[in-house]
Design a protein around this ligand. Structure first.
Ligand SMILES: *[C@@H]1O[C@H](CO)[C@@H](O)[C@H](O)[C@H]1NC(C)=O
Ligand SMILES: *[C@@H]1O[C@H](CO)[C@@H](O)[C@H](O)[C@H]1NC(C)=O
Ligand SMILES: *[C@@H]1O[C@H](CO)[C@@H](O)[C@H](O)[C@H]1NC(C)=O
Length: 370
């Protein structure tokens, strides 16, 4: 795509600054463009008979929380240019929760700067500062390396290569490996407004799931007939086996959506997303059982902490935790993780079994996290 709004930047050897799209009418930097309508929209553009191509071998990359990830992006010219050109690179992103259902029309167009680079100089922004670099393993390699990945780094990243007045870009989606789980309050069902749901997931070492994450969970078999908030402010629920009371039998399997709901006024459950954990979740071996206060203390005495629900789900889904003993978790719920379904350990599918929130004086085992 030809960028008509960048003549100043093209003439200036300074870094491209966020929002710095100044406009000087009629400015000419000396280049002549023979055919400005030749860009085919596929990451290439022709000028002076030279073609700028920007490519990524991967449209989507998945990574684990806390690790480093490389989002591939390469550019080259056809024919190859012998004299070095002043090429700038800008990486920007659309956070995952603004992709599927933008809160405002503004959010659609508002990509956030991640990094800009020209020559050996570069600058990174916001929560990416100090966490991103260009790989530069070969000429034209502008792949972005992000380290210490956070749950909320997911989204669509754009690699934009700017040469003079021309710019071309490709996008790469970053997904986090993890697990989606439905969550409701100790106080009962349909208790959270949007912000309460956000906080509830955070309290359990998770974030509100994105549409893509819930969709992937549905593809993997999640069927849940209670509506929950997603990160984009919509309320949805995943149905594999259509039935009455869950959208009806006539509706095909899929995500049932109530669309955007008022974030303060409406109350639902939450769909949380938990990614890889660094530590391990384990069932505390002890002859005796504990009430909730004793359970919290027992983990501390064992040099750890009572496990949170997000940690339990991650350990179950990503590390294969399997234990047929009910145990307290940090939110006051009692659950146990089953990866190989068997007799006397709940339903015939794998899952984290849930006993709800029993009275805190009742005695169970406990799951700790270290
Ligand atoms: C992402 O999460 C981190 C750590 O929880 C937080 O510090 C940061 O502000 C979040 N970034 C955004 C854009 O919400
Ligand atoms: C069981 O837990 C209790 C209370 O935390 C503790 O006093 C006791 O030593 C534990 N027993 C074993 C066998 O770990
Ligand atoms: C758990 O038991 C202890 C005594 O071992 C008691 O002090 C505490 O109040 C009990 N907690 C609950 C929630 O019942």
């Amino acid at each position: 795509m030809l960028s008509l709004l960048r003549p100043l930047l093209a003439a200036c050897s300074c870094l491209l600054l966020p929002g710095g799209q100044a406009w000087i009418p009629g400015y000419n930097n000396g280049f002549h463009y023979q055919d400005i309508s030749n860009g085919n929209g596929n990451g290439e553009i022709y000028f002076n008979g030279v073609r700028l191509l920007v490519e990524s071998p991967e449209l989507s990359v998945s990574a684990t929380r806390g690790s480093s990830v490389t989002l591939p992006c390469h550019f080259h010219y056809e024919p190859e240019q012998t004299t070095p050109r002043r090429t700038r690179v800008k990486w920007s992103w659309l956070p995952a929760n603004t992709i599927s259902a933008p809160v405002s029309p503004e959010a659609l167009t508002r990509e956030i700067e991640v990094m800009v680079a020209m020559g050996s100089r570069h600058r990174s922004y916001g929560s990416f500062r100090g966490r991103v670099r260009l790989r530069r393993s070969a000429p034209g390699d502008m792949s972005l390396v992000i380290s210490e990945l956070q749950l909320n780094d997911t989204g669509r990243y754009r690699c934009e290569v700017i040469d003079g007045l021309e710019d071309e870009s490709v996008t790469v989606d970053l997904e986090m490996r993890g697990v989606v789980f439905p969550y409701y309050s100790q106080k009962g069902r349909y208790h959270f407004n949007f912000f309460g749901a956000q906080q509830a997931c955070k309290d359990q070492e998770a974030t509100l799931a994105t549409f893509e994450q819930l969709f992937a969970a549905w593809e993997e078999g999640l069927d849940w007939c209670n509506a929950g908030w997603l990160a984009d402010g919509t309320v949805q629920y995943p149905i594999k086996a259509p039935r009455a009371g869950c959208g009806g039998v006539d509706l095909a399997p899929g995500l049932r959506s109530y669309g955007q709901r008022h974030r303060l006024l409406y109350r639902y459950d939450a769909f949380c997303f938990s990614a890889t954990i660094r530590g391990t979740v384990y069932f505390l071996k002890n002859q005796t059982k504990f009430n909730f206060t004793e359970a919290v203390q027992a983990c501390v005495s064992d040099g750890s902490h009572i496990a949170k629900v997000g940690q339990m789900y991650a350990a179950w889904r990503l590390m294969g935790l399997d234990r047929c003993d009910a145990g307290w978790l940090a939110d006051g719920s009692v659950r146990y993780p089953i990866t190989k379904a068997r007799a006397n350990c709940g339903p015939p599918e794998p899952g984290v079994r849930h006993f709800g929130f029993p009275p805190l004086y009742l005695e169970f085992g406990v799951y700790c996290y270290r």
